[in-house]
Design a protein around this ligand. Structure first.
Ligand SMILES: Cc1cc2nc3c(=O)[nH]c(=O)nc-3n(C[C@H](O)[C@H](O)[C@H](O)COP(=O)(O)O)c2cc1C
Length: 207
């Protein structure tokens, strides 16, 4: 009887430990970020969800805040084949690309990341993932050994685990991400800027 009681107590204790978050630790940067930084981003203008036709993509607005605040260089990922200007048509093209695990071509020469320690990486959430053109970038530019600070805009899906996708795909150390509604970035720029600066401070970035 006593033995069963002891075994039951041990089993309950083990269960409690598992419930308290036993899973594999996530790869996060802990030390303050330092060194030369590059902002890499993909962002689409034209018609989008909640904002109508826009001249500057939502993520691009955040990319510019980050570059200005940190003095980082910038690299824009430009797909060789532009997406349709209409929102619905663009979602259909993007859906097909995701289903096919496509790697859309990028215009121009990729940046030489050997000069940088920190890569701020910006993207919109597309179908609960990064746009496939971002994976083209990861195929071409090796980010292992770098620190990647992800930032994204979306219309309700949040990060959708994309920070983990980036860590898994690149092998980089990934910091806490910034995620923001695209409508906020586009329509409430002061608030969006303050939030972006607070995130930079939180992840320990200093110029
Ligand atoms: C092709 C496509 C797919 C999208 N999929 C999602 C989605 O799965 N979840 C979501 O919250 N928003 C989704 N959105 C909305 C965008 O993430 C949002 O509007 C974002 O701010 C766009 O950023 P950008 O202007 O920098 O491209 C999608 C938009 C497009 C064009």
């Amino acid at each position: 009887m006593k033995k069963w009681f002891t075994l039951l107590t041990l089993a309950l204790f083990a269960l409690a430990l598992t419930a308290c978050g036993g899973g594999a630790p996530e790869k996060k940067a802990s030390a303050p970020l330092k060194g030369r930084a590059l902002v890499v981003y993909y962002s689409r203008a034209d018609e989008n969800s909640g904002v109508g036709y826009i001249e500057k993509g939502n993520t691009k607005i955040l990319a510019e805040f980050i570059a200005k605040a940190t003095g980082a260089d910038m690299f824009e990922i430009v797909p060789a084949k532009p997406y349709p200007k209409q929102y619905k048509a663009a979602t259909e093209v993007a859906k097909k690309e995701k289903e096919e695990n496509a790697r859309p071509e990028i215009v121009g020469t990729m940046p030489d990341v050997s000069k940088y320690d920190v890569i701020f990486f910006g993207y919109p959430i597309w179908w609960h993932d990064l746009p496939m053109v971002c994976y083209t970038f990861f195929d071409k530019v090796k980010l292992e050994g770098k620190t990647v600070a992800p930032f994204c805009t979306h219309e309700g899906s949040g990060l959708s685990d994309t920070d983990r996708f980036i860590a898994k795909t690149t092998g980089a150390t990934v910091t806490e991400a910034l995620e923001m509604y695209g409508t906020k970035a586009q329509n409430w720029k002061d608030e969006a800027k303050q939030e972006t600066l607070a995130w930079l401070k939180k992840i320990g970035y200093e110029k």
